[in-house]
Structures are given as structure tokens and as C-alpha cells.
Design a protein around this ligand. Structure first.
Ligand SMILES: Cc1cc2nc3c(=O)[nH]c(=O)nc-3n(C[C@H](O)[C@H](O)[C@H](O)COP(=O)(O)OP(=O)(O)OC[C@H]3O[C@@H](n4cnc5c(N)ncnc54)[C@H](O)[C@@H]3O)c2cc1C
Length: 481
């Protein structure tokens, strides 16, 4: 954070500094450069300023100021978003929630906790684990992403197959609306509250409807037992069929993850190698949990299904330490791409599980067509693919080819009745691809809802919906001053 005194006559900077304090604002170009993108690094734009409020009142005052002076603004958590949601496309005032990182309340009797938006996901589980509880949504970025960012993106994770994504674990929100008013939604435990489901609407709205300043989440009791299986296959087709058969046998694993050969090459070259054979075509990481009775039976059924599909080797973790090593290897999978490629783009399509083999074949064709390697590391159990397109941005034309290849992967997902995002959001990355799955009328219905909350479209404009002129989107921030 800035240590030097404010040295600008810019009245907006001075006014914002009066709200958050002189040490809680950045406005010099060299400081702003750290905020010109998020995890989607293809587009970069400098913000006007970055402010670090430490209370709902300060967030509301900043928003009110922006609203009254027609300044575009947006919220930012940890900046790990992969679809460009926190990129200040219009020179926004970035409202960083990282100082609002308190765990406000833990109520184990009612299995809930209240956190500020900048609270880091994994810290919540770490804070209640000694009492036998945990917070279920576990994005692979959970060691650093914020729960506010998770709410905005409706984040998923490896264990969301059985337990559901973020929206299934949010009980209440405090939200600063784009005009600076503060509202509270839910939070009182009523199972079917009257009126519209605003919690559902706000969760996954990608920071376009309001800024979340307090979150009530559901906590779960640790499962009594847990077992983890690692299975190596010589054919992707066999691994895919195993996924389908496990689910159709009525088993609901806590997690069912898949990596292909290129992904395995990367994770074995990165920080947490575990010795996977490099010549296999795919591996599955399968976890079951629940009450102890019946777990062994489920594991036996899974081993039988793996063998039916010609598994080369299959093993059950023999200790918590071994299980943790397998998961560390999987969860650092995206970052591991850096070990085999200078740049990569993460895609996030969803398909019906039964179409896995054909879509993976199509992705291999796209890889050949564009002359770029594509690794696959994904939540196979819920059909949430993550093709990682590897490229070198320093080579002319490769970034454009990578973007086109990524878009084509999403088209393939949409063509089999799937979707263009399972958990990373649309942001700026996939806004044109929204047309693969929605008609103009359907997009118009959604922008009409946004306009009710965000009528001046000053909050996070230019995200989520197709570009003006190319479809139905009409409003852009009224001015960029
Ligand atoms: C290595 C890696 C692995 C990942 N794995 C997963 C995964 O398994 N599952 C998954 O779902 N995602 C994953 N992600 C993506 C990312 O971590 C998630 O989208 C996460 O929810 C973003 O949180 P953040 O705090 O970084 O938000 P940011 O990136 O800062 O912001 C994301 C969006 O949320 C909005 N926003 C942030 N805070 C607020 C708030 N308080 N109120 C309103 N809007 C807000 C921003 O405006 C922006 O549009 C991964 C990312 C990386 C880099």
C-alpha cells in the first residue's frame, strides 16, 4: 500500500482519500500497474485509482461518490479470477476488499459463520477444523481467493460434485448497491423466504449488481470417513467411460477429477510431483466420503469399474499424508502449466458426462488445427472441462490463435448441450461466447435485470454480456472522467 503522502490536485483522488484515508489509496501509474489485470492476463487496463476500504460504511461512501460523479468502479478480491471480471476496462476506481478480511462470527450450533468479503476461502476451514467443521466449496485457488470473489463467481471446486457450488452454501449477504445504499438479503435461516430469490441472483452475478460486504455461509460437519483412489489409464476413452459408469452405478463421489497426459507432464515437472507415470493417457483421482459403514463397499465398486475399463494401475491412499500429496499435485495443476509453457489460457466448458470421450477427441482436433498444445485437467464427475491452451505470447499471432482455440473448445461444449462456463464466470473472456447458449431475447432479459440494480451501468461495465453493437447490450458507463 502507498506510503508516500498524497501529491495530486485531482479532486476525485483527494475526495476518495478523504473517505478511506491517505494511506489506503493508490493513484500513481507505477502503483496502479499491479491492478491492470487479474488471472486473465490477455487484457490489461490501468484503473483510475485503487481504494482499500476497511468497513461497509467506507465501501458505501466510495460507491456513492462514484455514483454521484459518474465514475466507473468495480470490486476486487484477490484478483485470481480467470475470466477478466476484475479488469478495469473503463479506467474504473477499483474497490479492493482485501482489508475487509475478518471472521466476524462462528455459530456452530446453527452451522454457520459470518465473514467479510476479503476473508480467504481456506482460512475458514482452517478456523473451524479443530472443532470438526469445514466450509465445502474448495476452488483450487482456495489458499488465496476471497469468499467475496467466490460469491461473485459462484465458485466451484473439486468437492463440489457431491456438496454443491458456492450458491448452495450462502445463507445471507450484505450488499452495497451501485448507488451506495446498503441492503441485507437472507441470513435469518428461513428455508423458503418470501419474494424473489435475490441471494441466488446476486451469487454468480460477477460483481455487476452490487458489492458484497458481509457473507453468512453454511458450515458442514467433517465426514466420518474418507478414502481416495488414484487410477492410471492407457486410453482417455477408458478413463471417460469409468467416470460415466461410476456415476451411473449410483455412487456420488465427493470428488472425481481427471488429468490427461499433457497435464500430467506439467504437474510432474512442477512443485508437487508424486511420480505419476508419464506414458499414461489419463488419470482419475476419486474420493468418497461419508459415514464409515459402506465406504469400503463403494471403494470396491469403484475398483471393479476401473478394472472393467482396463485400468493399468489403481491404488487407494494408504495414509492422510499420501492423500494430501495427491491433492496438492492436482490442486496446483493450473500453475504447473508454467513449468511446460510460457503462457496458458484456462477454459471452463461444461458438457453432459456421457459426451466426454467425443468432446475430448474434438479438443484434440482443435489442438492440431491451431498447432497449440491443449492440456486437460478437470472436474470430470460434473462434466466441467478445463482445456488449458498452451502458447507463447512473445510469438506473433499465438495469443490470437490461443484465444480462437479456446473459443472453439467452448463451441464444442455448447454444441453437445453443455455450457461455456462451469465456475470461472464469463467476465470479458467469454462474453461473445454467451451467444453460443443464449438468444438475443434471453440476453436482453438478463441485461434488463442488471439495469434495475445498476441503472447507470457504472459498476463493472462491459462484462458478462456481448459487446454493444454486436448484440443487444446498449448501455456503457455514461462517462469516463
Ligand atoms: C490457480 C487457480 C485455480 C483456480 N481454481 C478454481 C476452481 O477450482 N474453481 C473456481 O471456481 N475458480 C477457480 N479459479 C478462479 C478464481 O480463483 C475464482 O473465480 C475466485 O472465486 C475469484 O476470487 P477472487 O477473490 O480472486 O476474486 P477477483 O478475481 O478479485 O474477482 C472476481 C470477480 O468477482 C468480483 N468481486 C470480487 N469481490 C467482490 C465483492 N466483494 N462483491 C462483488 N463482487 C466482487 C470482481 O469484480 C470480479 O468480477 C482459479 C484461479 C486460479 C488462478
Amino acid at each position: 500500500m502507498r506510503k508516500r503522502p498524497i501529491a495530486t490536485n485531482n479532486p476525485h483522488i483527494q475526495a476518495l482519500a478523504r473517505i478511506v484515508g491517505e494511506t489506503a489509496i493508490l493513484y500513481r501509474k507505477e502503483d496502479l500497474m499491479a491492478y491492470d489485470c487479474d488471472g486473465f492476463t490477455v487484457h490489461r487496463h490501468l484503473p483510475r485509482a485503487v481504494v482499500f476500504p476497511n468497513s461497509t460504511e467506507q465501501v458505501a461512501a466510495v460507491v456513492k461518490y462514484c455514483h454521484e460523479h459518474d465514475l466507473p468502479f468495480l470490486a476486487r478480491g484477490a484478483g485470481t479470477g480467470l475470466s477478466g471480471g476484475a479488469i478495469p476496462l473503463n479506467g474504473e476506481v477499483v474497490i479492493s476488499l482485501t482489508r475487509m478480511k475478518r471472521l466476524l462470527h462462528v455459530d456452530l450450533e446453527n452451522r454457520r459463520a459470518v465473514v467479510e468479503p476479503g476473508f480467504v476461502n481456506l482460512k475458514l476451514t482452517n478456523s473451524v477444523a479443530h472443532r470438526g467443521y469445514y466450509y465445502a466449496p474448495d476452488p483450487s485457488s482456495q489458499y488465496c481467493c476471497t469468499i467475496g470473489g467466490n460469491v461473485a463467481e459462484n465458485a466451484g471446486g473439486a468437492h463440489c460434485l457431491k456438496y454443491g457450488v458456492t450458491t448452495n452454501h450462502i445463507l445471507g449477504l450484505e450488499v452495497v448497491l451501485p448507488n451506495g445504499e446498503v441492503i441485507e438479503i437472507g441470513g435469518n435461516g428461513v428455508p423458503d423466504p418470501p419474494g424473489y430469490d435475490l441471494l441466488g441472483l446476486l451469487t454468480g452475478s460477477e460483481g455487476t449488481l452490487g458489492i458484497v460486504t458481509k457473507i453468512t455461509v453454511r458450515l458442514l460437519k467433517n465426514p466420518e470417513a474418507k478414502q481416495t483412489v488414484l487410477a492410471y489409464f492407457d486410453e482417455v476413452e477408458d478413463a471417460s467411460q469409468t467416470v460415466s459408469d461410476i456415476i451411473s452405478a449410483g455412487i456420488v463421489p465427493a470428488a472425481l477429477e481427471m488429468m490427461d497426459q499433457t497435464a500430467i507432464e506439467a504437474v510432474e515437472a512442477a512443485a508437487f510431483p508424486v511420480g505419476h507415470p508419464k506414458d499414461i493417457a489419463a488419470l482419475l483421482l476419486i474420493e468418497v466420503d461419508g459415514i464409515s459403514a459402506g465406504i469400503d463397499e463403494q471403494i470396491n465398486d469403484i475398483l471393479t469399474i476401473c478394472r472393467r475399463h482396463h485400468v493399468r494401475e489403481v491404488k487407494v491412499a494408504q495414509s492422510e499424508e499420501e492423500r494430501a500429496r495427491w491433492w496438492a499435485n492436482r490442486k496446483t495443476g493450473f500453475g504447473a502449466m508454467g513449468a511446460i509453457s510460457p503462457d496458458y489460457l484456462v477454459q471452463d466448458g461444461v458438457i453432459p458426462r456421457s459426451r466426454l470421450p467425443e468432446v475430448l477427441r474434438e479438443i484434440a482436433d482443435i489442438s492440431r488445427k491451431y498447432g497449440l498444445r491443449i492440456a486437460n485437467i478437470f472436474h470430470a464427475g460434473d462434466g466441467n472441462l478445463h482445456p488449458l491452451v498452451l502458447f507463447d505470447a512473445s510469438k506473433p499471432g499465438e495469443t490470437e490463435r490461443a484465444l480462437a482455440a479456446g473459443s472453439e473448445c467452448l463451441k464444442a461444449c455448447a454444441a453437445v448441450g453443455g455450457s461455456i462456463t462451469g465456475e470461472h464466470g464469463v467476465g470479458i473472456e467469454k462474453k461473445e461466447e454467451m451467444r453460443f447458449i443464449f438468444t438475443d431475447e434471453e440476453i436482453l432479459a438478463q441485461t434488463a435485470i442488471r439495469d434495475v440494480f445498476n441503472p447507470k451501468n457504472l459498476l463493472n461495465a462491459g462484462k458478462l454480456f456481448p459487446t454493444p453493437g454486436r448484440c443487444v447490450e446498449t448501455k456503457t458507463p455514461s462517462t469516463v472522467k
